[in-house]
Design a protein around this ligand. Structure first.
Ligand code: 5GP
Length: 195
């Protein structure tokens, strides 16, 4: 998605440790006009799927997932990272290692919000080593729902997640795939640029 790539080139900041900061438009301050275009693009890409639910993970996936959901006219469920007194009844739960915080979290969704009749689209801001996406996929499989695929805003193609998840048979559509990035030079190469 050219608009997203342009914005990453313009406002993305490469940090040491293979971290791309996009907090001025994607996951802290949020550019809702850009999110609208992201929603439109995911709707186009997954127009062949009978999606009736969007699943994401707190916190940075939620804003994007909500705008995407407006294009599908379906509810959003977000996996919670902490056991909360407000989560009632039984839960589907799995462990996720956070790429940015290097911690392992239990993530959970109340069983009543994921059912075998559901056709689920997972939405997240980043795909790096694939832990978040694997965890979310596991919650979908545990519930017996159908996983239609995953819509990712920024995939870091030089990390293992994309390959891992695709080879597990999950359809992944990423709007911008970064082939390489250089923190010292501040350069980013997107996958198509290499052709
Ligand atoms: P994974 O589980 O695929 O290793 O990492 C995905 C999660 O880590 C995403 O939900 C995202 O919040 C965070 N993440 C991974 N890489 C980056 C990055 O380069 N920049 C930012 N801002 N978040 C990242």
């Amino acid at each position: 998605m050219e608009l997203l790539k342009e914005r990453i080139r313009k406002d993305g900041i490469i940090k040491p440790g293979n971290v791309l900061k996009v907090d001025s438009f994607l996951n802290h301050q949020m550019d809702i006009d850009l999110f609208e275009e992201i929603g439109k693009e995911f709707k186009r890409l997954f127009s062949d799927c009978p999606i009736n639910k969007i699943l994401t993970i707190e916190a940075s996936g939620i804003g994007i997932a909500c705008i995407v959901a407006r294009h599908f006219h379906v509810p959003v469920v977000f996996a919670k990272k902490t056991q909360s007194k407000n989560i009632e009844g039984e839960v589907y739960s799995t462990k996720v290692q956070s790429f940015t915080h290097k911690k392992t979290y239990d993530v959970m969704v109340a069983k009543k919000f994921l059912n075998p009749e559901d056709n689920v689209l997972i939405i997240d801001d980043f795909l790096a080593n694939g832990c978040a996406l694997l965890g979310l996929s596991q919650l979908v499989f545990d519930s017996g729902a159908t996983l239609c695929g995953a819509g990712i805003c920024v995939e870091k193609g030089f990390q293992v997640g994309g390959e891992l998840i695709r080879s597990a048979g999950v359809r992944v559509e990423s709007l911008a795939i970064i082939e390489s990035m250089d923190a010292e030079k501040g350069t980013i190469v997107f996958r198509e640029d290499e052709k």
